[in-house]
Design a protein around this ligand. Structure first.
Ligand code: ZN
Length: 468
């Protein structure tokens, strides 16, 4: 039987600053889905990377008096290290300054140009360097960028336009015929409304040197967003075999601020190329820190590497999956983090594992209890269903219900006393620990392995030392 192909991407990050927990959330979520699919037997391509061109990077590098390439080489390493520290098992880390990406971008832009969807014109408008995006006056709040609350730069120059407007009806139809295109569905409303008065898109910059030159007019570089979106094809080595195997993408995981780009701009480019659109765009909210928006000036940016160093990889993964809503904005606080750690990991999971193992010296894991087996089946179903719907927290809640169920079973059966069915109870519990480890695999991969080893060796080691 042919293996199911599953392609999931997390957004490639703009490395003008250090990675923060907002970047991390999406990588952890996507990693769980990728691992889950792999263990279910699918062939998976999971990509992430860094988006390295554009004016903002060019200016940062100028400020440090180094070449943009040198700047992004350094910054890209920080991102990669963060994902490695979080045990993100990606198949490709793509950088948009790599030749393999640039080649695909030029091939695609040439193809769109040849099809007649690109024309030369004159652009007059407003640009936010922080967003690397053009804005129409009606999009502004108090004349400022709605996201960065900064005044915009006026730009007036010759440019090439992409015929975005031409694809309005096709895009509207796609939204209509694919209600699951955007998850959660509620986020697509705003896009559909904005789609109704679409303008053609300026896709070139004359004054920005740090970008991909247009193949048909090298006086211009490509608008950084178009460049970046094409990473979803260049990571597959478009138009080679991996592309044929994995396109269309099953899931693009992104933050809510870039939904427009991923549905409308990306959608129209794909339509122009006569390629299928991605099946689902999974959109997460923002994360605040201690109730406040994270910002450099406030000095409250939470760095994922520091969290991992202090608490370990799996506790960080656990917190973001269990505590932060997959769809709405969420908050990080140290107090809440430590509560979750102590209550769920140290007391809940860690305690159960050590309790069972201490009782278990010469017993083999084996199910002899129908009730437990039924409960596990039920939990497994719930976990799979929740993951299909991006409900990470619900999935974990189900696993922790099983942990609670075991605690009650232990209290009831009292296997530390010399009861008749003591050995059978312990066998059941050991078998259940292995099932719990299996269920935890995509979420807490290291912990899952540790539990399996401990059961195999009948050796107790503290999984999560309590925090004081
Ligand atoms: Zn902005």
């Amino acid at each position: 039987m042919k293996k199911e192909a599953f392609y999931i991407s997390a957004a490639i990050d703009y490395p003008s600053g250090q990675p923060h927990i907002g970047h991390a959330l999406e990588k952890i979520q996507a990693d769980v889905l990728a691992r889950h699919k792999r263990t279910s037997g699918a062939r998976v391509h999971f990509s992430l990377g860094t988006d390295e061109h554009g004016l903002k990077i060019q200016r940062r590098a100028e400020k440090e008096r180094i070449k943009p390439q040198e700047f992004v080489d350094r910054m890209s390493r920080h991102f990669r290290k963060s994902w490695d520290d979080l045990n993100i098992q990606y198949d490709d880390f793509i950088r948009t300054s790599e030749k393999r990406h640039i080649d695909v971008v030029q091939e695609i832009i040439q193809q769109i140009y040849k099809s007649g969807d690109i024309y030369k014109g004159h652009y007059k408008g407003l640009y936010c360097v922080d967003c690397e995006s053009f804005y129409l006056p009606r999009d502004l709040i108090d004349n400022k960028c709605p996201i960065h609350k900064k005044l915009l730069e006026k730009i007036e120059e010759e440019t090439y336009f992409f015929k975005l407007k031409k694809y309005k009806d096709d895009l509207l139809n796609y939204f209509k015929n694919n209600p699951d295109f955007v998850i959660p569905q509620s986020r697509s409303k705003e896009i559909v409304n904005r789609l109704k008065d679409l303008e053609d898109l300026s896709i070139s910059r004359k004054s920005v040197g740090w970008g991909v030159p247009l193949p048909f007019d090298t006086d211009f570089t490509l608008f950084v967003w178009v460049d970046a979106l094409i990473n979803y094809l260049s990571t597959l080595g478009y138009p080679g075999n991996n592309f044929k195997k994995f396109w269309p993408a099953d899931i693009h995981a992104i933050g809510k601020d870039i939904l427009w780009h991923h549905t409308v701009i990306w959608g129209a480019l794909l339509l122009s190329l006569e390629l299928d659109l991605p099946k689902r765009i999974f959109v997460h909210g923002y994360i605040t820190a201690e109730g406040q928006k994270m910002s450099k000036s406030l000095g409250n940016v939470v760095n994922p590497n520091k969290l991992v160093k202090k608490y370990g990889t799996d506790p960080v993964r656990y917190f973001f999956l269990r505590e932060i809503s997959p769809f709405e904005d969420g908050d990080f606080s140290y107090e809440r983090f430590e509560e979750r750690y102590n209550d769920d990991l140290a007391k809940g999971l860690g305690n159960l594992v050590s309790r069972v193992l201490k009782l278990s010296e010469c017993v083999e894991p084996k199910f002899e209890n129908k009730e437990l087996e039924e409960k596990i089946k039920e939990v497994k179903k719930e976990v799979f269903k929740s993951l299909d719907n991006f409900k990470f927290s619900e999935a974990l809640k189900a696993i922790w219900e099983l942990i609670g169920f075991c605690d009650k079973y232990i209290e009831k059966e009292k296997p530390w006393e010399d009861t008749k069915n003591k050995l059978s109870v312990i066998s059941n519990l050991l078998a259940t620990l292995l099932e719990i480890a299996d269920l935890l695999k995509p979420f807490l991969p290291e912990t899952s392995e540790k539990i399996i080893k401990q059961v195999e060796n009948r050796k107790t080691e503290a999984l999560f030392p309590r925090l004081n």
